[in-house]
Design a protein around this ligand. Structure first.
Ligand SMILES: Cc1cc2nc3c(=O)[nH]c(=O)nc-3n(C[C@H](O)[C@H](O)[C@H](O)COP(=O)(O)OP(=O)(O)OC[C@H]3O[C@@H](n4cnc5c(N)ncnc54)[C@H](O)[C@@H]3O)c2cc1C
Length: 266
């Protein structure tokens, strides 16, 4: 399985999930390469100098499986392959970057995307948070399945295998974008309602990984009040797309929109 590339890095090319798990081990010194839309530019510009690269392209970790109301998505499934799924995930995926990037970018890479220098990444995290998704991963201590919230808080040294969730009764998506960039969203808000009426709301594009908005969830019946409450649940940062100030003022609007969409879907 190991080969060498010009950089001198050892390249591991597993051809099954078991081989990928064995090659990853406890993750020490291993750089995972999925779609490469983040990792490859980082290597090209010299920000990342990996010793061992685990290329997942042939590991068979892609695909979308349905078992009753439960959907399981392999880590190597492309963002493009998600776009026909129900909201919020399908719409959220359709608004990631452009056609070329979506065809290359993967679910695992989006969930593990490090903070970007100029623009936020990890839009799908907000959809998976709203869906109360479970992440199956391996690393030190073996395999475990965590709520996506837990995973995002402690994802270093883990290899994602798949993500699963129950289909929601209704979902909603809204974002803050810039008309001519055709790629990054400055803020992405997703919401989902389960059959028992539980509403979950989450935002990406804030400082660090995406977060849930429990204060907004608690006022979900009143979209305007929920929007106002949401800002206390997030920390905002400046980047090339928008200032923290602008994000803080826009979040209530996006939260109000998604909750209104959920009400209209009732
Ligand atoms: C022009 C452009 C526009 C973009 N627009 C957006 C956008 O609108 N929204 C957005 O969210 N992102 C955007 N991105 C960022 C990126 O394309 C996406 O976040 C994408 O989903 C990353 O997936 P990937 O497979 O390419 O990740 P990679 O580059 O392969 O990996 C990204 C990170 O995840 C880790 N990783 C990958 N797979 C796994 C796994 N299975 N287990 C553990 N770790 C793993 C890698 O080690 C690395 O740290 C954009 C990028 C570009 C270049």
């Amino acid at each position: 399985m190991p080969t060498a590339v010009e950089t001198g890095a050892e390249v591991l090319l597993p051809t099954s999930e078991d081989e990928a798990v064995a090659a990853f081990g406890d993750g020490a010194g291993v750089t995972v390469l999925a779609g490469g839309t983040i990792v490859v530019p980082e290597m090209t510009y010299g920000y990342l100098k990996p010793q061992r690269v685990l290329m997942l392209a042939q590991a068979g970790l892609d695909g979308i499986a349905r078992d009753g109301s439960r959907t399981t998505i392999g880590a190597m499934t492309s963002v493009a392959d998600l776009t026909d799924l129900p909201s919020p995930l399908g719409l959220c995926a359709a608004n990631v970057a452009d056609l070329e990037i979506r065809a290359q970018a993967t679910v695992g890479g989006n969930l593990c995307a490090p903070q970007g220098r100029d623009a936020p990444r990890g839009d799908l995290q907000s959809a998976f948070l709203a869906l109360d998704a479970q992440v199956r991963s391996v690393g030190a201590g073996g395999e475990r399945t965590d709520p996506v919230e837990t995973f995002l808080a402690d994802r270093a040294g883990r290899l994602i295998l798949d993500v699963s969730f129950e289909e929601p009764a209704a979902g909603a998506f809204a974002r803050l974008d810039r008309p001519h960039t055709h790629d990054y969203s400055a803020l992405t808000v997703c919401a989902a309602r389960t059959a028992d009426g539980t509403v979950r709301v989450a935002v990406a594009g804030v400082e660090g990984p995406a977060v849930r908005l429990p204060s907004a969830e608690a006022k979900a019946d009143d979209p305007a009040a929920a929007g106002a409450a949401a800002v206390s649940d997030a920390t905002f940062a400046d980047d090339a797309l928008a200032s923290a100030w602008y994000r803080e003022r826009t979040l209530p609007v996006l939260v109000r929109r998604v909750l209104t969409q959920l009400q209209e879907a009732a």
